[in-house]
Ligand binder design. Structure first.
Ligand code: DGI
Ligand code: FE
Ligand code: FE
Length: 196
């Protein structure tokens, strides 16, 4: 496997400066969340470092590389190739950077849409991507950041809710997986409330 310095050097070369700073922000934030929730800190940091490693590719190249890796492309992904950077990022993490840990690869795969019944590592990366210190656009960021260290599922649910709302205002459609994730966690939170 490539070591952290080598990975950083490669990413610095490929990503825009802003994307590179974001990447380091996610690396540290994922490590902090791992400390808070008792997950493996080094794995969380590595997932953070690599999560957007395929983001620099053009839309056409995202599709081209996805095919080369034998990745199935949904109809929705074909229309919104940007989404492919998550699954493709996991392919690159494995093939180019030598990461074979399934927890890390899963977290990278699902960091954009989430999925129903995410693992702790999946949640940590999904949340770190949204709250890292360089982020400034999302609504409720202050509340979401505080919640991230108080209740990971409630935080996840709030991010999903705000993301779905945001995509609606942008007149973007919502990826079927994003929708399934939101429906799953909305239901999950209702169950939690009923039992407390
Ligand atoms: O890669 P980042 O910018 O750090 O964050 P991300 O991996 O969450 O990706 C955000 C991008 O993905 C942004 O261009 C919006 C897009 N996206 C995420 N969920 C959906 C989506 N686009 C559509 N059309 N539908 C979605 O559900
Ligand atoms: Fe991303
Ligand atoms: Fe990101």
């Amino acid at each position: 496997m490539m070591n952290r310095e080598e990975i950083k050097k490669d990413l610095k070369k490929l990503l825009s400066e802003k994307r590179y700073e974001h990447t380091l922000g996610v690396e540290y934030t994922a490590a902090c969340l791992a400390i808070r929730y008792g997950a493996d800190m080094d794995k969380a940091a590595l997932a953070g470092l690599l999560h957007d490693c395929a983001k620099y590719l053009s839309a056409d190249d995202k599709i081209r590389y996805s095919k080369r890796f034998g990745m199935p492309i949904s109809e929705y992904e074909r229309k919104n190739p940007e989404l492919l950077h998550a699954k493709l990022g996991a392919c690159f993490a494995h093939a180019k950077y030598g990461v074979s840990d399934p927890e890390i690869l899963s977290a990278i795969t699902w960091h954009t849409t989430g999925k129903p019944n995410m693992s702790l590592m999946d949640k940590i990366l999904y949340i770190a991507d949204y709250i890292e210190p360089n982020r400034c656009q999302a609504s409720n960021l202050k509340e979401v950041r505080a919640l991230a260290f108080r209740d990971i599922d409630e935080c996840l649910c709030l991010i999903l809710k705000d993301s779905v709302k945001y995509l609606a205002t942008k007149k973007s459609t919502i990826d079927p997986t994003t929708r399934k994730t939101w429906e799953y966690y909305k239901e999950f939170m209702m169950q939690m409330e009923n039992h407390s």
